[in-house]
Design a protein around this ligand. Sequence first.
Ligand SMILES: [Zn+2]
Ligand SMILES: [Zn+2]
Length: 289
Amino acid sequence: MEKKIDWTVFLFILGYHVLLIVFLQIYIFSKGLPSKEILYSFLILFIATGISITAGYHRFYSHKSYRANKLLESILLFFGTLALQGSVISWAHGHRLHHSHVDTEKDPYCIKKGFLFAHVVWLFYLPEPIKKEVVSDLYQKKYLRFQHKYYNLLAVSLNVFLALSLGFLFGDVFGGFVFLLLFRIFATHHTTWFINSLAHTWGKQSFSKELSAVDNYIIALLTFGEGYHNFHHTFPTDYRNGIKWYHFDPTKWLIWISSKIGLVKGYSKVNNKIIYERIKSEEKLHVLH
Ligand SMILES: [Zn+2]
Ligand SMILES: [Zn+2]
């Protein structure tokens, strides 16, 4: 079936890239580097929105790998909305299809269609209509239905308001627009998109060699720990992606620390013996091949 272009998304993504290229140069040539306040606000917003996608949209809503209390869920939902990656319901719908049909025609960001397709081009097409049975648990929540219905309005107005008011507060509205809005959206988008492109291309397959997903610590550095993607595709309900203590997985650390201070009431973790047996059986299979 011929796929139709999603002009709103296409023009939005193209538009903010063009605006960023133009206004970043104008800013640097006319004012130099932004103030410390703008840079720190950029970092805080970048981390808060990025980790709300990995800990919130991904590991909490899509995989239910832990139970967050209402306070933590509200924070993740607020900053996740700011990440401009669609509603929880549509994000989780696409992601659950990605897991159940990975590397096939039904995978929304199938890497077999090319690196750029999995990175961004898939977003330029209208998505499959949402099958309610795939996200029935999320549809039951009224506030998620509300976020889904008014997503564009909520996300755009909150982003513009927050970036410009912070810029105003620090006496640099133009800096707020360039760094806290355009550049931050660019950074959050591409780091998340790397999970679908780079983390299905460049790395090791210790747990499932038949899947395109790979483990790569450099990608983990760029994606708040989601670079251990071969493990994640093999054991998607585990709250961790990097399983060793030294694996860079700040999303896992956030969930673990939250469980110690009562914001998380429990998480799911695959038994070490099962993981070890899986690695051994993959090695044997590989030798047999
Ligand atoms: Zn994947
Ligand atoms: Zn996943």
